[in-house]
Design a binder for this molecule. Structure first.
Ligand SMILES: NC(=O)c1ccc[n+]([C@@H]2O[C@H](COP(=O)([O-])OP(=O)(O)OC[C@H]3O[C@@H](n4cnc5c(N)ncnc54)[C@H](O)[C@@H]3O)[C@@H](O)[C@H]2O)c1
Length: 441
């Protein structure tokens, strides 16, 4: 079978193409909803049975505004089908792959097994013409050297003849994904014109953002460079935070001042970098490279050391003040960023473990978006009613709810380690609370 490009193009323009989305997680589900918003029919596949049942019942696993209404509406109108069975993808003309590409814990290289498994399933369905779009983040040369040969090998068909394959890395920020998916500029990487042009045509129909076309390896490295740049920039901000603590300056004021320079854009410091992307993508960029990549590794190490810095701040405060021997500690925020329920690689995990390693036992956590507690006590009561119980409050995630907390609800002589910088110093001026904001003394 040779591909009928003009028929595929016509179907894309007339919105007659069925779109398959493989992997309905933090990236796949918003992707599916945006494609549905653009009036295409979507078949969404995930091997997680619980997740599929959840979505099929009209519920959203992601707490983003508007998701549940959209899911319910698309299901009711038979525009969205969800299933664990990838065989349903046989009716799809375009399949978007959004499965995980985590780090292999031992080698710090990408574990491509999820992608290969997904592509093996798709390879069985290539009796009809398909465009496969990879959205998962991948190391350099993966499209050319790993994924295309894998599909060719499993399907017995040649790329460009039996199937098309392109790379279209995702740039959405969870929590704001519908808006970002529709408006962000997007990269497409492919090494043959048909894959490039057809993906471009499809994207033009679902996003308003600028679309940039390049070779697959350029797009792969560009995606990794974006997140590595952000990780490096945050590492710089974290280092500035420590310099400011030692110098009596305030890092937020320093950054505010510095960023008025027309060519300076320093990010903000924090208790560590979490989430599935910034903690991983710098390693994917340098995997298997013989170049001296010490800057990228150093930034990772700096950011990974921030939970330790927070725990040292805690230990310093309680030694000096001779506060209760077994202080009761409350950590505010488990999600890795505000207003999401994703706890992957959250700095809270490391902070808990490091507190425990210092024989601290009275550790409690609270998060309005998740019930994961990483082995310590989860606060389920009304937060305002129990704040007075705690000798120390550590802010990790800047959820809006925490910014609205009245500090008169805190214990009179408690210690507040504000790693998420959600309070102002002035709020504590006439109190006996020891306030220790990250990056300021
Ligand atoms: N989360 C983000 O903010 C973000 C942003 C940009 C890029 N990415 C990249 O996108 C990819 C997906 O990330 P995510 O955060 O959505 O992951 P996720 O873990 O939230 O979702 C992945 C989903 O894929 C499913 N899955 C795994 N193998 C499968 C298979 N063979 N068939 C069907 N379903 C399968 C899993 O059950 C899971 O629900 C990763 O490569 C990640 O690096 C993530």
């Amino acid at each position: 079978m040779t591909l009928d490009i003009s028929k595929l193009s016509k179907n894309i323009i007339e919105k007659k193409t069925v779109i398959g989305v493989l992997g309905l997680g933090q990236v796949g589900l918003p992707t599916a909803l945006c494609i549905l918003n653009a009036n295409y029919r979507v078949v969404g596949i995930d091997r997680d049975e619980k997740l599929i049942k959840h979505i099929a019942s009209g519920k959203s696993p992601i707490p983003e505004h508007g998701f549940e209404n959209l899911i319910e509406n698309f299901l009711t109108n038979n525009l969205l089908t969800v299933s664990t069975s990838s065989s349903l993808l046989s009716e799809a003309d375009i399949i978007i792959v959004c499965v995980p590409t985590p780090l292999d814990g031992l080698t710090s290289t990408a574990d491509l097994s999820y992608l290969k498994n997904a592509l093996t399933d798709i390879s069985d369905l290539l009796n009809t013409q398909k465009l496969i779009i990879i959205e998962s983040t991948i190391p350099p040369n993966t499209i050319k050297n790993v994924l295309i040969p894998h599909v060719e090998n499993k399907s017995g068909k040649k790329a460009g003849e039996g199937f098309l394959l392109s790379y279209c890395p995702e740039r959405i920020s969870p929590g704001n994904s519908l808006i970002e998916f529709t408006n962000n500029a997007r990269l497409i990487g492919a090494d043959d014109d048909d894959s490039l042009n057809l993906t471009n045509l499809f994207l033009k129909n679902i996003t308003k953002g600028k679309i940039l076309l390049s070779k697959s390896t350029n797009a792969e490295i560009s995606k990794l460079a974006e997140n590595s740049f952000r990780d490096l920039n945050i590492a710089f901000a974290n280092e500035l935070a420590i310099i400011c603590e030692q110098s009596g300056a305030d890092v937020f004021e320093v950054i505010r001042l510095a960023n008025t320079h027309p060519r300076v854009n320093i990010h903000f410091p924090g208790p560590g970098v979490g989430g599935p992307c910034l903690t991983k993508d710098p390693y994917l960029l340098i995997q298997g490279k013989t170049i001296d990549s010490s800057l990228i590794k150093l930034a990772r190490n700096t950011n990974d050391a921030m939970p330790d810095h927070i725990v040292k701040t805690f230990l310093g405060a309680f030694k000096i003040d001779l506060k209760p021997k077994k202080p009761k500690i409350l950590i505010l925020g488990i999600a890795y960023k505000p207003e999401v329920n994703d706890t992957r690689k959250s700095p809270t995990i490391d902070i808990i473990n490091k507190l425990k390693a210092n024989n601290l036992e009275n550790i409690y956590v609270h998060d309005p978006y998740t019930s994961e507690s990483f082995g310590v006590t989860l606060v389920t009561e009304n937060l305002r009613s129990i704040l007075k119980d705690f000798d120390c409050i550590i802010t990790v995630t800047a959820h809006k709810q925490y910014k609205e907390l009245d500090i008169s609800l805190f214990k009179d002589d408690c210690v507040v380690i504000d790693a998420a910088r959600i309070f102002e110093k002035d709020q504590f001026l006439d109190t006996d609370i020891t306030y220790l904001p990250l990056g300021s003394r």
